[in-house]
Design a protein around this ligand. Structure first.
Ligand SMILES: C[S@@+](CC[C@H](N)C(=O)[O-])C[C@H]1O[C@@H](n2cnc3c(N)ncnc32)[C@H](O)[C@@H]1O
Length: 513
């Protein structure tokens, strides 16, 4: 396989990747095993072998008598990886004898486990360690700031172990910085009986070289074995920079920039960040309090201006208005349909129609309605119509901000198709639409399901999205069968089905004649 990317370096980006050849949307660019993976620094106790939370009790590894592990039958099998490796186990045994390392010290310092394991690589995998040490750390910007202070406990813990020469404050802080600047969120193992997972952090040496842009051109997936696979999300031309969006594309510029500045230490100057309308979505804008017609957006100097009456507003004034909408969102019950509807109604009077707070509320509401439709034996058409409306409102914005292959887009399209099919069936069963009308609606739904499937196909099989892909494929087969049987029904009545577009064309031609 010829190389798909090359490493380059610039003053602005440091090292970054470019396409070594034209890459098609959906084409694999790289795959990467984690250099290190572990819990966040603010974690509660987790099993040192599988990273499942240890809620009330644990056992201690029989060999080293140090590592806290899953009680009872042990870690759920099969395990993707044993994080408490033989090497670490022997190492802990030695530290127990020489430095008095014991399980309680590990319990107290579980937030430093990831850093400890990264440092252990210096002994166990010196070549990967060298590469890890080359990663961007922004050490100078971190020195003596609150983050430096925050990691002092980790420094003390690692220093107390004194497990190899040359361990000092700067080295431990550098490892903490390399993890902070370069790690990816990774879904931990599923917690039995609850079904959800903790979020872990993983450093991937190849993938961490990807530069950021708020309109990325890649799609990243990490499977249950923690393998990261990066695909092109749109066509990328040879020589183009390969970008990954480090931030949340459905947040406004101020929030994205804050996240990048605080966590990654740079100010993003991408096309979206320098466009006050954010590619025409007005995702951060509010309705002008003066003329009530225009939208007020933030210009480059940080001041806000209405695009209709041109009135200027101070950042503090607009900031307060958005903050009050955000505070209201924080306190509502996001599982309650009525509360979400009321929130959407109220803030729609203040915020631009695609404001990120409204988008989030609409995404939540679509999820609540999905659960309601799936739970109720006879969901109403009103609920189905509302869910379809929400998906239709969300999709064009997602399309603009995350062009090409996107997980959120795929899931929204899948959800849209599912409810379109359910609603069409209900209307057909209730004789509200004819066989042809039913066919029209099923074919419309099929378009969304096909597009969702095209995107879901690259998701790893052993991930929730991969499972959704398998489910969507089943539903695609079922939809095809329904379409064929509806078509048979039309033919049995001695009629032929003409699709909606052709019917329209035909009636226009007749009108002209
Ligand atoms: C995950 S690392 C990427 C690899 C890094 N360039 C290196 O040489 O190790 C993230 C860092 O890359 C730089 N970077 C990435 N994208 C950038 C961008 N769009 N503008 C400025 N700096 C960027 C920043 O220094 C950021 O903290």
């Amino acid at each position: 396989m010829s190389a798909r990317y090359e490493v380059r370096r610039s003053d602005k980006l440091g090292r970054y990747l470019i396409a070594a050849k034209d890459l098609k949307a959906g084409e694999k660019i790289l795959s990467d095993e984690p250099f290190v993976l572990g819990p966040n620094s603010d974690t509660s106790l987790v099993c040192h072998n599988c990273y499942l939370p240890l809620i009330s009790k644990f056992i201690v590894c029989k060999n080293c008598a140090v590592a806290p592990l899953c009680p009872g039958d042990g870690c759920p099998q099969p395990l993707a990886y044993n994080w408490h490796t033989n090497t670490e186990c022997e190492f802990f045994r030695t530290l127990k004898l020489t430095k008095g390392l014991n399980p309680m010290i590990m319990v107290q310092n579980v937030g430093s486990l990831l850093i400890f394991r990264a440092m252990l690589k210096k002994k166990t995998d010196p070549q990967a360690w060298e590469e890890f040490m080359e990663l961007e750390t922004h050490m100078e910007k971190r020195k003596n700031t609150s983050i430096w202070q925050y990691y002092q406990n980790t420094v003390q813990f690692i220093e107390s172990l004194d497990f190899f020469e040359g361990v000092d404050v700067n080295l431990v802080q550098k490892v903490c910085a390399a993890v902070d600047v370069n790690s990816f969120d990774v879904r931990g193992p599923q917690i039995p009986a609850i079904g959800c997972s903790e979020i872990l952090r993983g450093v991937y040496l190849k993938a961490s070289l990807l530069a950021h842009d708020c309109i990325g051109n890649t799609h990243m997936a990490i499977n249950d074995n923690n393998l990261l696979v990066c695909h092109a999300s749109i066509n990328i031309k040879k020589g183009d920079v390969i970008y990954f969006n480090y931030s949340d594309p459905l947040k406004g510029t101020t929030l994205r920039q804050q996240h990048l500045l605080v966590g990654k230490y740079f100010k993003c100057t991408c096309l979206r960040c320098t466009d006050s309308t954010e590619l025409g979505t007005y995702i951060s804008s509010i309705i002008c309090p003066e003329c009530k017609i225009g939208l007020v957006s933030m210009g480059e100097n940080g001041d806000w201006k209405c695009n209709n009456c041109k009135k200027d507003y101070a950042q503090s004034y607009i900031g307060k208005k958005i903050q009050s909408c955000s505070d209201k969102f924080d306190v509502i019950n996001k599982k309650d349909e009525k509360e979400l509807e009321e929130y959407i109604r109220n803030v729609s009077l203040l915020l631009a129609p695609n404001h990120y707070l409204l988008l989030e509320a609409k995404q939540r509401l679509a999820g609540v309605l999905r659960d309601l439709i799936n739970r109720e034996p006879h969901p109403t058409k009103k609920v189905m119509r509302r869910k379809i409306q929400l998906c239709n409102e969300l999709l064009p914005i997602i399309e603009k901000l995350v062009p090409g292959i996107s997980r959120t887009k795929a899931i929204t399209m899948y959800e849209l198709h599912a409810t379109m099919v359910q609603l069409a069936k209900k209307k057909f069963d209730g004789r509200e639409i004819t066989g042809s009308g039913y066919m029209d609606e099923l074919l419309n739904a099929e378009v969304f399901l096909k597009r969702a499937l095209e995107m879901l196909f690259i998701e790893p099989g052993n991930s929730p999205e991969g499972e959704l892909c398998a489910k969507a494929l089943e539903e695609y087969r079922a939809l095809k069968a329904t379409i064929n049987s509806v078509l048979d029904g039309i033919h049995a009545e001695g009629k032929t089905y003409v699709n909606a577009a052709d019917r329209e064309e035909h009636s226009q031609a007749q009108a002209v004649a």
